[in-house]
Each structure stands twice: as structure tokens, then as C-alpha cells.
Design a protein around this ligand. Sequence first.
Ligand code: BDR
Ligand code: CA
Length: 319
Amino acid sequence: MKKIIIDTDPGIDDAIAILLALAAKEELEVQALTTVNGNVDIEKVTQNACKILEVAGRMDIPVYKGNAKPLERPRDHCEEFHGDDGLGNLGMKDSEKQIEEEHAVDFLIRKAREEKGELILVPIGPLTNIAQAVRQDPEFVHNVRELVIMGGAEHGGNMSPHAEFNFWTDPEAAKIVFGAGFEKVTMIGLDATSYVFLSPTLRELLYLINTPVSRFIHKMTRAYADGHWEIEKKLGCELCDVLTIAYLLDESVAETVDAFVDVETSGLCDGASVVYRTFYYPDKKKNCQVAVKADTKKFFEIFFRYLFPEYLEAASREL
Ligand code: BDR
Ligand code: CA
């Protein structure tokens, strides 16, 4: 059983990632959700985390509120993809779930210490909380077992030609995390997540499955798919954050290369991840592995096997 904490800015794909993690009860123990400013502001993402837990019927999982802004600068949110409320403008009522009083960063530090060498962190928003934990506690990097990060790109960004949203939102934080010396870091960036597009056909299947969770994903992804169409003229929507959870469930879903990654914090390439594959640059010391490709069929098999097992066969016919 892997013990995980999802550090998140829900966000439509964040929500789906959380639902997948919660569905994998035998494999993943989700210890908490920690929230961070990103797709929308901190109050909304924290409220959204609670709403997602409510949909999943997992009100027992604690939610800790984290940083309201990036470490060193203000940045815009991402309403054009996620809607004003961050969850596709579904007009859901506020959750009654209580937020924990402890700050997310203090909680992360405390939990990593208590679970020394066991805890896997899954940051799927800007890396502000994680970087602050690194700054605050010199032991933090040694206490954490592994990081599986959604962010960055080896080739091509989505906020600029080179920068991906999570790293672009808080480049200083991303730089700190990659330079911190964590034992094991996997960067799941846009090169790999471009393989995990929810097609209109699979989205329709989610409607037909007709459970509260499947209908929630179907409804929520309406605005997300519209955003992809308006901005990129692509049909469907990219399930970026969900690939981190699929990877935790089956590492063979993504192909990785060893790399030294650093992050630009100014100029034309502000927020870009610079990926030196150690195969080509042997003088660079590996600080992570970078996902360069994902297996689309395997990803959606994982998605349906855990979330809607009775429909795995129907889904497989469309892959
Ligand atoms: C990342 O940006 C956000 O909008 C998504 O939730 C994902 O974490 C993809 O670039
Ligand atoms: Ca996210």
C-alpha cells in the first residue's frame, strides 16, 4: 500500500485524479489533500477539494489549506479551462466539510516526519507548498520517500512556447524543488500527458454509465473540453494530473528517461523546465526521471478498471 498526499489546485483534471486515487483503495492510502493557489484562488480550490471528497463519499479525508500565492510573484489563474469556480461552473453548493486548522505546509512537514521514508507526495498544482516545506525544514527532503509531480515539459509549454502552467505559476518554487535533493522525483510533464486525452466517445460513455461519479466527470469536463476547442481546436480534454495517479498504480503506463532538470525564473523562457537527459549529458547529475511518453490504451484501462470496472470492456472497444 502506497501512502500518498495529493497537493492540489482543483481544477477539473485534479478532481479526476483525486477520484481515481480514492477508487484505488487497495493500492493507495490517500492520507490528505493539501491545497495550493493555482487554477483558481486558494479559497475556491480548498472548497473544491471538499466538494470532490463529498462526491466520492470520502468526507473522512482531511483537507489542509496551503499557500494563497506563489513564493515571489503574482500570477493569473486558469479560468478559461477550469471555469470561474475551478470545477467547470457546475453551480455546486458549498461543502459543509471542515477544513483542518493546521497550515498545509506545517502538516506536510509533520506528516513526512511521522511517516519518515514512507510518504509519497503527488503535487499536481504549482509547487509553492512543497518548496516552502523544503525551505522551512531541512529534514523534509530526507523524510519524503518520493515525489510524483505533474508539471513542466521537455518540449513545448501551454502558457508560453516553453512553460507549462504549474511551473509557470511558481517558477521559483519549482526550481527549489528540483534543486532540493529528494531521493526520487518523477516529473510527469506535457510530453507524456499529451497522450491522455479524454475523447468525446469516452466522455459519452461516462454519461451513459450514469453513476454520480461518472456524471460528475462528464458534466465537469464540458467546460474543459470547450476550453480545449476554443484555444487549441482539439476535441476532448487532456487529463494531465490523472497520469500521476495512473503512474503510481502502474509505472509502465509512462516511459521515463533519467534527467537533470532545472527551471528558468526570468526572461523569455520564464517558468520553463530545462531537461538535460543524462544519456546525452553524462556530466549532469540526475535529479529526477522525466516521463516522455504515455501508453494511452493502458492509461484508460487503468482509469476504467478502478473507477468503473463493469465498463472496462466497453471502454476497451473504443481504445
Ligand atoms: C496543469 O495545469 C492545470 O491547469 C492542470 O490542473 C494541470 O495541473 C497542466 O499544465
Ligand atoms: Ca492541477
